[in-house]
Design a protein. Structure first.
Length: 120
């Protein structure tokens, strides 16, 4: 992968990171500003459900942030875009769709098939 492509993916990953952090800040601000004074139990339950949903999303994004940091480290270390299993290059389309990936399509498919067979 050439420098221009690496720069493109690094910028994309950094933007993803900033977007996630911005959304987390909005969530935190919203939770601090939000009044929990609901006279109706149904409204209170609905607000709690929405808050739990939002927190689950933020937890998933927290995990994605770690993957983004690891991908940036791979760019800096010169191993970005190389499958960690077969060591072939990961396709440009796959990296564009999932820039944090560490597996090529073939290895990811094999991993998913293995998981499917052993989950039953």
């Amino acid at each position: 992968m050439d420098k221009k492509q690496l720069d493109y993916f690094k910028t994309k990953l950094e933007q993803m990171s900033q977007d996630i952090l911005s959304e987390a800040e909005k969530t935190l601000t919203g939770m601090i500003d939000q009044s929990d004074n609901y006279p109706d139990p149904t409204d209170r339950a609905s607000a709690e459900s929405n808050r739990n949903f939002e927190l689950r999303i933020r937890d998933r994004e927290r995990k994605l942030l770690a993957k983004i940091r690891e991908a940036i480290e791979r760019i800096d270390g010169g191993t970005y875009g190389v499958c960690e299993v077969c060591e072939d290059e990961i396709g440009q389309k796959r990296l564009d769709a999932r820039p944090v990936t560490t597996l090529c399509v073939k290895c990811k498919t094999a991993q998913e098939q293995h998981e499917k067979e052993h989950a039953q």
